[in-house]
Ligand binder design. Structure first.
Ligand code: BGC
Length: 768
């Protein structure tokens, strides 16, 4: 029986290769040579013509890797069903398959054993690297270095594609303002302008032009509103205004479409009471309609069936009907499409034309990936071996890691460290942790593969280095968060750490979050230093206050005591495989830090969500500072601990001479704004010069400041550079009360500085 099916498949595959007129000889020799006249559409149509309804629905089905692929075939349960579906041509894509051997084995089934031999797409969460891990995306965003971020995505694509993958579920481009939400680590922070630029850089890095098999499909996710989960609790209800949706949440997604992203992922949350997966306003009207997105939309994991507990669908069949009609093209791991869509078409509940549209979108992308030319074009064991963790990839992630570090405080120039003659105490379990810096999105990375801070510092031999753990951050098996417990009680290591600190010239404390404390499903209600670390910090401070605090974390932390008392603070996030080397190079001044915070650091969890581009309100702070009746807390300041855009350098930058080419401009005109930046420090350094505006009166109230441009400059000691920005109609446009993007006439302020708080300012007017 199997033999016959195989033969049939082979016969039909000959037909398809014959008809496709675009297939090279790798699969089999086609009698017809490649014809350039065939457009993507005609190629897709030629396949569509051969397909049954069942096979079209099959293209919309994505399964998670489900059995020991090169072992015996599964005989029962879900795995057996998936295996059977695969052989029947009822699977369009797989996710979480690791390595060329497994990818090839599955692709072989799709190509050789199904009736039409349509190849699969292989997706994976390459969030910040595949096996060699780069900094978490929030950290990369802190670099404000678009070229470096693009390069980092390119490197990740190179490694991932070498193991047979051709699709990453990244970048996450949700603008996130709530530090409690665990997934802030996966995005570019709180600002729409910066987030849009980074979205484009990452998409370009992953995808290139897709001609090379070193590039992979990108996926703009999660569409839309996911980061606005109430109370920062993952998967929670979202309730946002039209203005926030249009002005804050949508722009990075629109930028992603304009940059040619091939796929979108919808989100788990509801929007206006309708789950995003079943939301045709989002997927059909905005994305595929207004924005003309011509790739395909994949559901989030199981999100089609999640419409049942949402209270929006009564069962999986109705969920499939709603999702498909609303424009979700591919079903990730719900089985709802493959189980029900054929019947739904027959019952007239889903139009076949909509199935056709979804299948065509997916086939088109398969053609663009070159899979019909060669389904194994990502499967090369030699390349896999040579690429994984290659020196060039390691150098690339190290470069990105250095650029992601933010210097938050440096009193009395405690940093950089002297290279000799110093007794250095290194304290904190995270300093000797080779797994935590890899973060939680490290599906393919091996434990214990990051360079620890201890190892990084050991490479500098001039000083005497002593290490004491002080206290564990997490206890238990730390592979999975549910098996990990934060150490709330064990202080037995304090004594040793105190003794080591007493005897040192400088104490370096590496404290913060365990790598599994941020990421999906890892919201926190308390964003201080976890466990007993705050106490450890205070105990060490009592015996030696000459402390450099190195933070490891996947979100902004509320650390008011440290900010007040500790002389030097370095934000080192989770920096990936080369973490310890990058940190050591910054601490020793071999790399001068230039990162700037992409998210506000609050003083207190009670202030969250706290973001720089907030509204003034009717009772802003300056009106009646001595009264109760203005917007404030009675027990905490309104201001952040560290504002958006903040970050120091070992150089010193002075801003002067803010000048406008004119104070007014009209339609089609522009103003040039210039400023001089001088390095008055002793070493060369890089500074991110930031441009903000404020629209004083709007048809919808406007934020007190909005980032509208930035430029990274490098200055030698005593050097001055003039930085010029241009302001035109596009700069001041927003989604107004007229429900369209436009510039409104009126008065504006422009601000330039090295962070969102400390700026020089001037006024200008736009005349319509
Ligand atoms: C996440 C997505 C991810 C998907 C596949 C979901 O739980 O929300 O971001 O791409 O799983 O792993």
């Amino acid at each position: 029986m199997r033999q016959i099916r195989y033969k049939l498949a082979f016969a039909s595959f000959s037909i398809i290769t014959f008809l496709l007129v675009g297939c090279s000889s790798k699969i089999m020799k086609s009698p017809i040579s490649y014809s350039k006249e065939n457009t993507l559409e005609t190629k897709v149509d030629s396949v569509m013509k051969l397909m049954t309804l069942e096979e079209k629905v099959g293209q919309l089905n994505q399964y998670n890797g489900f059995w020991e692929i090169t072992g015996p075939t599964p005989k029962e349960g879900q795995a057996a069903k998936k295996y059977e579906d695969l052989k029947k041509g009822l699977v369009g894509s797989m996710l979480n398959v690791k390595g060329v051997k497994d990818v090839r084995a599955l692709q072989k089934i799709a190509v050789e054993q199904t009736r039409l031999g349509i190849p699969l797409i292989f997706g994976f969460d390459v969030i910040h690297g595949y096996k060699t891990i780069s900094p978490i995306p929030l950290a990369e965003a802190a670099s404000w270095d678009l070229e470096a971020i693009k390069k980092s995505a390119e490197i990740a694509a190179e490694e991932a594609s070498s193991v047979g993958l051709n699709w990453t579920f990244a970048p996450m481009i949700d603008i996130s303002r709530d530090a409690r939400w665990g997934r802030v680590m996966e995005g570019a922070g709180e600002d729409t302008y910066l987030g849009s630029k980074i979205a484009v850089a990452r998409i370009q890095g992953f995808q290139g032009d897709l001609k090379s098999n070193k590039n992979i499909l990108a996926c703009a996710k999660h569409f839309a509103g996911y980061a606005f989960a109430e109370a920062g609790r993952d998967y929670n209800t979202v309730d946002v205004s039209e203005s926030t949706l249009q002005n804050t949440i949508f722009p990075p997604f629109k930028a992603a479409v304009d940059a040619g992203v091939k796929t979108f992922m919808n989100s788990f949350n509801e929007l206006n009471g309708i789950p995003a997966t079943g939301n045709s306003y989002l997927q059909r009207q905005v994305l595929k309609g207004d924005w003309k997105f011509d790739g395909f939309v994949v559901s989030d994991w199981g999100s089609i069936n999640e419409m049942i507990p949402h209270g929006y669908a009564k069962d999986s069949k109705q969920a499939a009907e709603i999702a498909l009609n609303a424009g979700s093209d591919m079903d990730m791991e719900s089985s709802a499409y493959v189980d029900h869509l054929v019947a739904l078409v027959k019952e007239g509940k889903v139009k076949e034309s909509l199935i056709d549209d979804a299948a065509k979108r997916i086939l088109k992308v398969k053609f663009e990936l070159g899979l019909f030319d060669d389904p194994y074009r990502y499967c090369d064991e030699t390349r896999e071996k040579e690429t994984i963790g290659s020196p060039a990839i390691q150098e690339g992630v190290l470069d990105m890691a250095r650029k992601s570090i933010v210097l938050l405080k440096n009193e009395n120039e405690l940093l950089p460290l002297k290279k000799s003659g110093q007794k250095i105490a290194l304290i904190g379990a995270l300093a000797n942790d080779k797994t935590s810096p890899l973060g939680s999105w490290r599906i393919a990375a091996d434990d214990n593969t990051a360079v620890s801070v201890l190892e990084g510092l050991q490479a500098y031999k001039g000083n005497q280095l002593s290490f004491a753990k002080g206290a564990d951050v997490a206890v238990g098996r730390t592979q999975f968060i549910w098996e990990t417990k934060i150490n709330m009680t064990d202080k037995t290591g304090f004594e040793e750490a105190i003794a080591v600190a007493k005897n040192a010239d400088v104490v370096i404390m590496v404290l913060g979050e365990h790598g599994l404390q941020s990421g999906e499903g890892r919201s926190r209600a308390d964003i201080g230093l976890p466990g007993v670390q705050q106490e450890l910090l205070e105990e060490i401070y009592k015996v030696n206050s000459n402390i450099v605090l190195v933070l490891n974390n996947g979100r902004p932390l509320a650390i008011p005591w440290a900010a007040k008392n500790i002389p030097a603070i370095v934000e080192a996030w989770q920096l990936g495989t080369q973490s310890g080397n990058a940190i050591a190079q910054v601490l020793y001044g071999d790399y001068n830090p230039s990162g700037k915070l992409p998210m506000t650091f609050p003083r207190n969890i009670g202030q969250v969500p706290l973001y720089y581009n907030a509204k003034s309100t009717g009772r802003p702070i300056m009106n009646e500072p001595d009264s109760v009746f203005w917007t404030h807390y009675i027990d905490e300041k309104n201001t952040p601990l560290y504002p958006f855009g903040f970050g120091l350098s070992y150089a010193k930058f002075e801003y002067s001479d803010l000048k406008l080419s004119s104070n007014t401009f009209a339609k089609d005109g522009k103003i040039e704004v210039s400023i001089n930046v001088k390095n008055s420090g002793k070493v060369a350094g890089k500074e991110v010069v930031q441009l903000y505006i404020r629209d004083l009166i709007g048809s919808i109230t406007r934020p007190v400041k909005e980032l509208k441009g930035f430029e990274m400059i490098e200055l030698k000691p005593n050097e001055t550079k003039k930085v010029v920005f241009s302001i035109d109609e596009k700069t001041i446009q927003y989604f107004t009360a007229n429900s369209r993007w436009e510039a409104e006439a009126g008065d504006f302020k422009v601000f330039i500085g090295g962070n969102s708080e400390k700026t020089m300012e001037a006024d200008f007017q736009f005349i319509n």
